[in-house]
Write a protein that binds this ligand. Sequence first.
Ligand code: NDP
Length: 476
Amino acid sequence: ARATIGLTGLAVMGRNLARNIARQGHTIAVHNRTTEKMTSLVEQFGDEGDFVPTETLEEFVAAIERPRAIVIMVKAGAPTDAVIDELVPLLDPDDIVVDAGNAHYDDTVRREAALAEKDLHFVGMGVSGGEEGALNGPSIMPGGSEHAWERLRPVLTSIAAEVDGTPCTTHVGPGAAGHFVKMVHNGIEYADMQLIAESYDLLRTVGGLEPAEISQVFREWNDGDLESFLIDITADVLAHTDGDTGAPFVDVVRDAAEQKGTGRWTVQSALDLGVPVTGIAEATFARSISGHTEQRAAAAQTFGSDLARVEVDRDTFVDQVRAALYASKVVAYAQGFDQIKAGSEENDWDVDLGDMATIWRGGCIIRAQFLNRIVDAYAERADLPSLLVDPYFADAVRDGLEAWREVVATAARVGVPTPAFASSLAYFDALRRDRLPAALIQGLRDNFGAHTYGRTDREGTFHTLWAGDLSEEDQS
Ligand code: NDP
């Protein structure tokens, strides 16, 4: 056995991750169910590092130093279970199996428990950055045991992206913490993209800018506090002209957004945890609305698709949209970090929120300047009740508030849907409100279901005899 690590599953992600590992000077055993993918990798890129080509799982396992570190990078779901089932009988105690696919964290919990019974370590590891990131430096979010992290650390820290000399990986926490955090990362990515899409829509329909001009606006935004990978590629996509028609690329793409499930998982988990991730939820629902083409056609036929016209000053409006985008983004991240905190508390993972912002600064899809501010916020105050109340973000939201309200009001008047902008503003207003109409909801619940309520003026659990003499009982 001479390989430091092994990787099975050499499709786009696995192949690039294996090359990244080899390029960093680690000897890596490579395997794929269909051998051709393995041989073509070694033929094409064998000179990039020290690959140990293996055709069978037996050969593969035998090629790796003990305790073994084996990365699985196959299709999430049943294929991952199939590979684990084949692999486990070939392993020895203390070996480490790493699932680098996009698994649901419940699957990771189940797999870790099953492998623990065989004295094996299982690491659910989130990897973000797409193909390009896998090759040149992704953000890596491993969960699992401390033992597994110590074994994996040299490889992971060397292949991860780096920002200011700090690698974009850390031990997220035990158990399924890594896959949970990767899930929320993807949820935030949904919100980020929806906010960008709403900004584009407003600039085009209300501001009257052409895609190429909007591309320019995003380029300028990318020089300021919105600087991020997604803003950068938005400028690229909007600048692109379709080769066939000469039309802006964005005009020839069908407007039905697809999803693989991580946004949905994030929202499902948030509902279970009782964390309002309204930005992520609206982003997920917005994709789903976009795909309901029959309903959309019927509604368009019934109501028409005309928009009301409002006169706006173009430059002012561009600035207002930028402010609305930034403030809504703060809300989306505040909500996502709340969810990580709640998930961590629920499962005793002890996830360090500042560390998560640190490892998302590079490599991953939501990498952004902005994350440095989040790192600072948690460094200043680890028990921050919400990112929104951190002095820096609070100032940013205060400064942008008037513009944010103006943009949401304009969108409503014109008829441009801005679910993420509007729900983020509603969340902000709800959070800061002194009295919420939840008091009335409690009254209604007590009226129809005797669900009881608390009083503002004294402790206790109360019920009003709604069908009787309207007297109040103290039921505490
Ligand atoms: P795919 O998800 O398309 O998976 C293809 C790989 O899975 C191939 O190596 C295939 O082997 C293998 N496979 C499928 N079924 C089985 C099985 N029953 N037994 C053994 N091997 C099997 O590849 P990707 O590279 O796109 O993604 C890999 C993982 O990484 C997925 O979990 C994905 O969610 C995750 N991921 C992907 C990202 C991306 O940008 N694409 C980003 C981050 C994570 P064979 O060649 O023999 O068919």
